[in-house]
Design a binder for this molecule. Structure first.
Ligand SMILES: [Zn+2]
Length: 175
């Protein structure tokens, strides 16, 4: 083996070294959402983002985890958030991979919903990849009402909203 970990064929056969090995792997698993995320997912089925507010620091978590990591208390107050938010950071995906369902290049963005204190990752569409920028205002595009399910698939993607970018000061704490 060489210094970079590559296995080379040192035999006299002249065969090319084995550099990759494709192995089909499948893992089935069940995920227990718990109380807080179950409420969030039921919100998805209704076409709304449901978060929870910490009674101590008043931060709004979406998706909620059921407790505030800062204060260690349960977040029981339900908060219904709007459909709009701000792109805090983003990544343009140019690399193809197996099982990819979205045509590259595409944008994964961290979206801070208005009124929330944590951002989450969302797909951004309806914009050329070279026009994405931090602070861009976006809105969620939901599936048709009869296609809503208690899953993240209820949000098709986010798209730009025709309004001025958010001031950096308003989202710099959430990068
Ligand atoms: Zn808190």
């Amino acid at each position: 083996m060489s210094d970079d970990g590559t296995i080379t064929d040192s035999s006299a056969t002249g065969e090319a070294p084995v550099t990759t090995l494709a192995t089909p792997i499948r893992v089935d698993y069940q995920y227990t959402a718990g109380l807080a995320q179950s409420r969030y997912l039921r919100g998805m089925a209704e076409g709304v983002f449901l978060g929870q507010r910490c009674p101590a620091c008043h931060k709004v978590y979406v998706p909620p985890r059921g407790s505030c990591p800062t204060d260690g208390v349960a977040t029981t107050d339900r908060v219904e958030l709007g459909n709009t938010g701000t792109v805090t950071t983003y990544c343009v995906v140019n690399v193809p991979f197996q099982g990819q369902s979205i045509e590259i290049p595409y944008i994964c963005a961290q979206v801070l919903l208005d009124g929330a204190n944590v951002s989450f990752m969302g797909l951004l569409q309806e914009i050329p990849t070279d026009q994405i920028r931090m602070g861009m205002r976006v809105e969620a595009v939901w599936v048709e009402p009869d296609e809503l399910t208690p899953s993240l698939a209820s949000v098709k993607y986010f798209r730009p909203k025709s309004e001025a970018d958010a001031d950096y000061e308003t989202y710099k704490e959430y990068l």
